[in-house]
Design a binder for this molecule. Sequence first.
Ligand SMILES: *[C@@H]1O[C@H](CO)[C@@H](O)[C@H](O)[C@H]1NC(C)=O
Ligand SMILES: *[C@@H]1O[C@H](CO)[C@@H](O)[C@H](O)[C@H]1NC(C)=O
Ligand SMILES: *[C@@H]1O[C@H](CO)[C@@H](O)[C@H](O)[C@H]1NC(C)=O
Ligand SMILES: *[C@@H]1O[C@H](CO)[C@@H](O)[C@H](O)[C@H]1NC(C)=O
Ligand SMILES: *[C@@H]1O[C@H](CO)[C@@H](O)[C@H](O)[C@H]1NC(C)=O
Ligand SMILES: *[C@@H]1O[C@H](CO)[C@@H](O)[C@H](O)[C@H]1NC(C)=O
Ligand SMILES: *[C@@H]1O[C@H](CO)[C@@H](O)[C@H](O)[C@H]1NC(C)=O
Ligand SMILES: *[C@@H]1O[C@H](CO)[C@@H](O)[C@H](O)[C@H]1NC(C)=O
Ligand SMILES: CC(=O)N[C@H]1CO[C@H](CO)[C@@H](O)[C@@H]1O
Length: 368
Amino acid sequence: MAIIRGPLLWLSALLLCSQGVRAKTVTYDFNVSWVKANPDGLHERDVVGINGQWPLPVIEVDKGDRIIVNMYNGLNDTSTSIHWHGMFQNVPQNGTYWYHCHTDSCYPNGYRQALIVHDNDAYFKDMYDEEYTITLSDWYHKLMKDIMPNFINQPIPDAFLFNDTLRSNLSVEPGKTYLLRLINIGAFVAQYFYIEDHTFQIVEVDGVYVDATEASTLYIAVAQRYSVLVTMKNSTEKNYPIVTVADSALLDTIPPSLQLNNTNWLEYNSSAAHPEAVMKIDLTVQMMNLGNGAGYAFFNNISYTRPKVPTLYTVLSAGDLATDSTVYGEYTHPMVLGHNDVVEVVLNNGDSGRYLWNIHDQKKHTVR
Ligand SMILES: *[C@@H]1O[C@H](CO)[C@@H](O)[C@H](O)[C@H]1NC(C)=O
Ligand SMILES: *[C@@H]1O[C@H](CO)[C@@H](O)[C@H](O)[C@H]1NC(C)=O
Ligand SMILES: *[C@@H]1O[C@H](CO)[C@@H](O)[C@H](O)[C@H]1NC(C)=O
Ligand SMILES: *[C@@H]1O[C@H](CO)[C@@H](O)[C@H](O)[C@H]1NC(C)=O
Ligand SMILES: *[C@@H]1O[C@H](CO)[C@@H](O)[C@H](O)[C@H]1NC(C)=O
Ligand SMILES: *[C@@H]1O[C@H](CO)[C@@H](O)[C@H](O)[C@H]1NC(C)=O
Ligand SMILES: *[C@@H]1O[C@H](CO)[C@@H](O)[C@H](O)[C@H]1NC(C)=O
Ligand SMILES: *[C@@H]1O[C@H](CO)[C@@H](O)[C@H](O)[C@H]1NC(C)=O
Ligand SMILES: CC(=O)N[C@H]1CO[C@H](CO)[C@@H](O)[C@@H]1O
């Protein structure tokens, strides 16, 4: 990491050295300056651009290459730097990394991007057809210099970006396998990542190859990277939501305008519908006896106790607290849903008996 103070200084950062015969030197000239961007469509702001552009360039090289970055600080008001996250420098490495500013909490001003070191020897090299790099991040409408002096706890983001935008389409072809390189380049919020009806194989974690491990959801903390292999379905009738869910446990308050769940799409067919992510509730029904010897019905191993005040009366009388699940009484285990939400309920009978299931006064659509 080097710090540039004078606006006329150029910095040369030598990143990797190699002994490899096919290795090459890749040179980038980065003029770092303020540019305008509005990645969430909600607010245009100053962001740190490179050569007048934002999103910033993804650095892509091959294992063993030497990277030389000449950086010019064209920011009119501040010092700056570049940090090569996860790179030891002078040691050949491969995999998924990122670069970011490391001066005065500056990187959430947009000065962060992926750095990919391709490896022809990777054990999964022949297991995919194409690759995509995708960044996740929490996004702020204010400049860091205006946020930093005013907060005691963590700041509350204004949006969550998917590759520096929202609602994007990853164009895919049926039957092909894609390597997705996922990087959380955010300031502090971890995010869940899943693709409806698709599982994947994790092959790299933070620049280290791992035995291919099947998973359906990832939890990606800030600065973490995962490479996953995803095989497409053979049919092109439907598009599938790629869902990111910000970990609300890390946020002190959640303003109603903050969209924690965001939908992007695996786009098999641009003319077909682009469905929104739906909330999924898995329920396993079982009958068991409790300590008093009596039989009870259980959902996911939790029995139900009738509340003192009937639930609908509480809904009508609780006002703003109606969406707070704790007001319905202990052991009633309510699930609070949003108005007009579409919810997928997966109902498993974990018992030897047969049971009917009724949802009072709701329209339901059985899919299977
Ligand atoms: C860097 O970019 C700024 C803003 O676009 C421009 O004014 C300046 O001349 C550039 N400087 C160099 C050395 O390229
Ligand atoms: C630096 O340039 C940005 C973008 O052009 C501008 O918004 C800001 O006011 C300038 N700051 C100073 C200290 O000149
Ligand atoms: C993500 O953004 C980077 C930078 O703009 C771009 O190079 C890359 O192709 C994007 N990834 C996808 C999947 O579109
Ligand atoms: C993805 O496709 C949908 C449906 O065509 C469209 O509404 C959306 O704007 C597209 N996203 C982007 C980033 O172009
Ligand atoms: C797609 O078709 C190929 C060839 O028939 C088959 O091997 C593969 O299992 C199918 N994939 C899926 C996800 O059904
Ligand atoms: C794409 O979707 C449209 C609209 O649902 C459908 O009519 C068309 O047959 C689909 N195309 C392919 C190649 O599956
Ligand atoms: C986000 O999605 C999760 C899981 O799908 C769900 O539990 C949660 O209620 C959703 N939250 C919002 C604000 O939509
Ligand atoms: C219920 O408890 C049993 C035994 O403790 C456990 O095997 C099972 O996974 C639990 N099921 C759910 C849905 O939590
Ligand atoms: C840091 C790291 O994961 N390096 C890997 C680079 O690639 C070779 C194989 O191609 C691995 O053996 C290294 O572990």
